[in-house]
Design a protein around this ligand. Structure first.
Ligand SMILES: NC(=O)c1ccc[n+]([C@@H]2O[C@H](COP(=O)([O-])OP(=O)(O)OC[C@H]3O[C@@H](n4cnc5c(N)ncnc54)[C@H](O)[C@@H]3O)[C@@H](O)[C@H]2O)c1
Length: 271
């Protein structure tokens, strides 16, 4: 029970990685405040956790709306008097050529990914300071190591979150508050379904991604959730200000060996 009796607020828990983090945190003993924009998805996740014997409460919250965030934090504090863990997971993925990225697109992505992370942290941190302990985990992305064309607001927002992570980490390190980022590679959530559905040829698509992920497969949400458990647990007591990659080796590979399969690239005999 690595998170026994920890009060954890997790955003964007209606599906995908956030849902998995909520479920896994509850399994590890945390009292989970699972927040989501959509009541239907959010409540069904919480009902599932409770049916399995976990402790969870649903809170409706759009992280881009200050009043929602304020209300969410107040609700948890009124009930428990403290927040031990905040996981800023809510995020929107975005792909569009930069010249077609309008200010409204920019605002939507930045307001959720970067401003949402700021707002939730801003309202939680005073309670962590009072309690003289706390942990904030920001879910970022492999895009914080290298970028994809056509994802400017997403890339800018997530790079901003890494900056915020490091800034807060050094500011609060001497007050027993740890702040880290966790960057997933390609994970089997809606985004992976969208990629597959948009592929003109599914076999080519699978081959392409296999060659770009040294482990040869996409990650499972549970693999991100288990890394999040560790980073938010006391076992990670000396880890702060870092950006941990869980990407199957994706960002360690300079280029894929496909399609040439050259022996030079295989590490084979050069002659
Ligand atoms: N799936 C991946 O391959 C992948 C890779 C790297 C990073 N990530 C990051 O992981 C996080 C979760 O991604 P996912 O794949 O599970 O995405 P997803 O789209 O399946 O889930 C995102 C969740 O965030 C919620 N959300 C969106 N905007 C919100 C808002 N304004 N307020 C509250 N909730 C909001 C959505 O309703 C949804 O429940 C995101 O921050 C994403 O950028 C995902």
């Amino acid at each position: 029970m690595m998170l026994k009796d920890k009060i954890a607020v997790i955003t964007g828990t209606g599906r995908g990685i956030g849902k998995s983090i909520a479920k896994t945190f509850a399994k590890k003993g945390a009292m989970v405040y699972a927040s989501s924009r959509s009541r239907d998805n959010g409540e069904s996740v919480v009902n599932g956790i409770c049916a399995e014997g976990g402790k969870a409460v649903f809170i409706k919250c759009d992280v881009s709306k200050e009043d929602d965030v304020k209300r969410m934090v107040q609700q948890v504090i009124e009930k428990n008097g403290r927040i031990d863990i905040l996981v800023n997971n809510a995020g929107v993925n975005f792909v569009k050529p930069f010249e077609k990225t309008e200010p409204k697109d920019w605002d939507r992505v930045i307001n959720t990914d970067l401003r949402g992370t700021y707002l939730c942290s801003y309202y939680c941190i005073p309670h962590m300071i009072n309690a003289k302990k706390g942990c904030i985990l920001n879910i970022t992305t492999v895009h914080t190591k290298a970028c994809l064309p056509g994802a400017a607001p997403y890339d800018a927002g997530k790079w901003g979150i890494v900056g915020l992570t490091k800034s807060m980490a050094v500011e609060y390190a001497d007050r027993n508050i740890r702040v880290n980022a966790l960057s997933p590679g390609l994970i089997d959530t809606q985004i992976w379904d969208d990629i597959k559905n948009a592929a003109p040829n599914i076999e080519e698509c699978m081959k392409f991604w296999k060659s770009n992920i040294p482990m040869g497969r996409v990650g499972h949400p549970e693999e991100i959730a288990k890394t999040a458990v560790f980073l938010c647990s006391d076992d990670a007591s000396y880890i702060t200000g870092t950006n941990i990659l869980a990407d199957g080796g994706m960002t360690s590979q300079l280029i894929s060996r496909e399609p040439y399969k050259s022996s030079n690239l295989e590490g084979g005999d050069r002659k």
